[in-house]
Write a protein that binds this ligand. Structure first.
Ligand code: ITT
Length: 189
């Protein structure tokens, strides 16, 4: 069985990736022995590619995400982690006070190292920002993001449903299809 090594400090990401990959017979473990170097860039693709090129060993995976808010021209995007740590959910909602267009999307870029090269996979989920943080599940911006077609925030729905709908799930499923096309379903490399 293919076993991916996910270079991340975020266990929630590993759990969600695991759920997305389970139907493909691809495993994933948290890689704690390598340090993820994050450059500052307006491009998630660049951040992921740089982090992987420093340690490009087979089956190593890195993911970077951002929340892109329509009425703020895509802010905070690749700076989502910094904004979360500084002004937090309350600060973001304050920026959105009185704003009618609450549309936003999450984007995930997952990079895979294989044969010395980096392959990228992208996932996007559109939705709207809630007026107030709601729910206790998930992490990060989950309490204020309501995916399109649903009434609950990601933090209100269980991890299984989030894993079906999310940007992360879409990117990891695309990776899984690629890996399956190389190795065959559920087989090792
Ligand atoms: P790494 O160690 O993998 O970098 P991280 O938690 O720092 O993990 P990112 O830099 O990729 O993750 O994420 C940028 C920000 O976006 C960060 O503040 C997260 O909380 C938030 N974020 C990412 N995915 C999310 C999701 O599925 N739901 C809610 N917030 C998310």
């Amino acid at each position: 069985m293919v076993m991916l090594r996910f270079m991340t400090g975020n266990r929630n990401k590993v759990r969600e990736a695991e759920l997305a990959l389970s139907q493909y017979g691809i495993g994933i473990v948290m890689e704690t022995g390598l340090r993820k170097v994050e450059i500052q860039s307006d491009s998630l693709e660049e951040i992921v590619t740089y982090a992987l090129r420093l340690n490009c060993v087979d089956w190593l995976v890195v993911e970077d995400d951002g929340l892109f808010i329509d009425s703020l021209n895509g802010f905070p995007g690749p700076y989502s982690e910094y904004v979360y740590r500084t002004i937090g959910l309350r600060g973001v909602l304050k920026l959105m006070q009185g704003v009618v267009n609450r549309g936003a999307y999450f984007k995930s870029v997952v990079g895979l190292c294989l044969g010395g090269g980096v392959k990228l996979f992208t996932g996007v989920v559109r939705g709207v920002l809630s007026e107030e943080p709601r729910g206790s599940g998930g992490f990060g911006y989950d309490p204020i993001f309501i995916p399109e077609g649903y009434g609950e925030t990601f933090a209100e729905m269980g991890v299984e449903l989030k894993a079906k709908l999310s940007h992360r799930s879409m990117a990891f499923k695309r990776l899984a299809s690629y890996v399956t096309s190389l190795t065959g379903p559920g087989q090792g490399a």
